[in-house]
Ligand binder design. Sequence first.
Ligand SMILES: [Zn+2]
Length: 260
Amino acid sequence: MRGFQILMIIVCLLLLSNLFAQHDVLTQVFTIDALLNGLYDGETTIQELAEWGDFGIGTFNALDGEMVAVDGYFYQVTSTGTVQIPSPEIKTPFATMTFFESDSRHDLQPRLDFHTFESVMDSLIPTQNIFYAIRIKGSFCAVQTRSVPKQIPPYRMLSDITASLPVFHLEDVKGLVVGFRCPPFVTGINVPGYHLHFLTEDRKAGGHVLDFVIQEAVLEIDEIRQFFMILPEDETFYQLDLTIDREEELNQVERAIPDE
Ligand SMILES: [Zn+2]
């Protein structure tokens, strides 16, 4: 009997450790360089994405807007700046997800902008060689975001469309910054450094973050040491030349403020 009880305890502990292990995994669909190459149609539905996390960012098939996932809810920031709830059947060609569990909490100084925030967070983390999920909740003097209009095939390269994307200037807003800091060695796979999206508290605006100025906010960081990738069974993906270094192009796509 005692042997059986010990066995049951071991089984329970193993199940529990497995459960917790899954919670510290970053899961991503496809690669950033596939997206840069114009592969805008994926196979993974939002419903399937939810199995990999309750927190994340990405885009939708045909690049139809920016994705923000928070507390298990998915939001689609469209190119007009409005936010809608995507149908669970909508698919994504690129997304990064995790189950967010805060490992540390920090008050952020007023007037902090995106660039200064990066140095502040860099000084808070123990290493740049692991993944971090980032959640910033608070009020912002200003947030500059952008979204992407739905593309029509034949698709152009991402760098050819980012110069003319709609930009939104949000002022005096409460909201949530959701995103990741990836290690430098993910070049070609994900975005090295910071990649953040924004959603207002009333869930009516947001987008891919280009810049912000914090009024009062709290930063929560989730340290992630496991990485899981889902690649497509797709002839277009199979034929892509992913040997080309697109780092400069990626910086332009992620950070450059489009001409207005
Ligand atoms: Zn983005």
